[in-house]
Design a protein around this ligand. Structure first.
Ligand code: MEV
Length: 473
């Protein structure tokens, strides 16, 4: 539609729809010109100061204090700031997140301090506490079950499938030959393309076929490598079908799959039930084990609970994935697909009690890298990997899965014993005390006062005011 900027939004609306706008949003205050007055071309070309100034003028009510605030988070090392800016686009500042460490992890007999980047309170504390608990019970165990990554070339083909299939061995050889310049280095590291399958999916969508490609990407997550190979496969496939089969394949898209069910790691803990006695002071070990087992079963049965349960697992997983410069969206998407692999969303973790042995485990598909991407470019990702002893991708998979399991153990342990609010409230209390500028003696007195009481902002403020006025007497 071509409309004049002189038309008001109201008249434009009425031109398109017969009924008048509902009174709550009517009349619209702006003309189309005004509505577009905040549109800008070339924003990305502005320097950071220019971007901020434009935001202040257009979206921050000309609040100049915002300039100072946003620029106060720039790194003092200009070269480093350039590196950080280069990770994304249109950057105006850095967004700090807490980076913590959960010590005392024992994984396959090796000790780790696990770096975690997360904004939520209690997560690092819960991981640390679970790590310590299991340290005294044989530690965590982990094993990488397989490391296959998947990519797909989705294409349409209107020719004879039998003919295409008959040519497939030759096509595969051509595809492999054509990507040699891309795969040579990866092959030297022991990776590359490991399988190419032709899938006929025409029963789902007319003329729809797929090349399903398996990869080994060694210590890199491999997204760029996989996508480059797939795009070349698409070009080569189109060329082959055009020249040899007289019917050209139409390449719809070529892209890795973030679902990697065969790039999977298992993490577990186990101990005799009686060794769980210390897990809860108000419950015997057998009752605790049974309640814990039932909580995991509930998360396997009920999708509402499963979602929250798995969220707790990802509290741990995402924190390490972020700390090590990996792609947490890919890891989450993959985990949630895995959680719904039989058609219902279920718990990612499992529990068994058999012949007096309590076992708790997590099978997780996980595609992460220790080379490439941000892993070495972001100074803190690099430092995180160093804290972990510069692991290879397989070892990092184990650390991440263990942290997810530890987190899950900590959360479910709290849920079936004290409830989670007790721990949360301790942190909440500390945040309130910080906010109110509490000093040393005041912190101890308030903490003791609220040991058995419900924490609220007003409650803490009133207690502190009374405490301070009593001290002033
Ligand atoms: C909160 O971030 C995570 C939990 O809700 C997880 C769970 O309920 O298992 C405590």
């Amino acid at each position: 539609m071509n409309f004049s900027t002189k038309d008001s939004a109201k008249s434009l609306y009425n031109k398109r729809f017969k009924d008048p706008l509902p009174s709550t949003i009517y009349p619209l205050p702006q003309t189309i010109k005004e509505m577009h007055s905040k549109t800008i071309s070339g924003f990305s070309k502005l320097p950071k100061t220019g971007k901020i100034q434009w935001l202040v003028d257009n979206f921050l009510s000309k609040n100049e204090a915002a300039v100072e605030e946003l620029s106060s988070f720039w790194h003092s090392d200009e070269d480093l700031q350039k590196v950080l800016d280069g990770f994304s686009e249109n950057t105006i500042s850095n967004y700090p997140m807490p980076m913590g460490v959960a010590p005392n992890f024992s994984i396959n007999g090796k000790q780790y301090a696990v770096p975690m980047v997360i904004e939520e309170s209690s997560v690092v504390a819960a991981a640390s506490s679970a790590a310590k608990f299991w340290l005294e019970r044989g530690g965590f165990h982990a094993e990488v079950l397989s490391t296959v990554k998947i990519g797909q070339v989705h294409f349409l083909y209107e020719g004879d499938f039998e003919l295409l299939n008959a040519h497939f061995e030759t096509i595969k050889n051509e595809l492999i030959a054509d990507v040699k310049p891309i795969t040579a280095r990866m092959e030297k590291r022991g990776g590359g393309v490991t399988k190419i399958e032709l899938l006929n999916l025409t029963h789902l969508e007319p003329n729809y076929y797929q090349l399903k490609v398996s990869f080994e990407t060694c210590d890199s997550m491999g997204a760029n490598f996989i996508n480059s190979v797939l795009e070349q496969f698409g070009t080569s496939l189109k060329h082959y079908t055009q020249t040899h089969l007289q019917t050209s394949a139409t390449i719809v898209m070529a892209i890795l799959s973030n679902y990697t069910p065969d790039c999977i790691v298992r993490a577990w803990v186990e101990c005799p039930i009686e060794d769980l006695a210390a897990a809860c002071k108000d419950m015997d070990a057998a009752t605790f084990a049974h309640k814990f087992y039932t909580a995991i079963r509930i998360a396997q049965i009920d999708p509402y609970r499963a979602t929250t349960h798995n969220k707790g697992i990802f509290n741990g997983i995402d924190a390490v994935v972020l700390a090590t410069g990996n792609d947490f969206r890919a890891v989450e998407a993959c985990g949630h697909t895995h959680a719904s692999r039989d058609g219902q969303y279920r718990s990612l973790s499992s529990c068994s009690i058999d012949k007096g042995i309590f076992k708790f485990w997590l099978d997780l598909p996980l595609a992460v890298g220790t080379v490439g991407g941000l892993t070495k470019l972001h100074p803190l990702a690099k430092r995180s990997l160093e804290i972990l002893g510069n692991p290879n991708a397989r070892e990092l998979m184990q650390v991440i899965a263990v942290t997810g399991l530890a987190q899950n153990f900590g959360a479910v342990r709290s849920l079936v014993t004290t409830g989670i609010q007790q721990g949360h409230m301790k942190m909440h209390l500390m945040n309130i005390l910080n906010h109110l500028g509490a000093q040393n003696g005041e912190v101890e007195a308030t903490t003791a006062h609220f040991e058995e009481r419900v924490v609220s902002f007003n409650g803490v403020r009133e207690f502190l005011e009374q405490y301070r006025s009593k001290k002033a007497l």
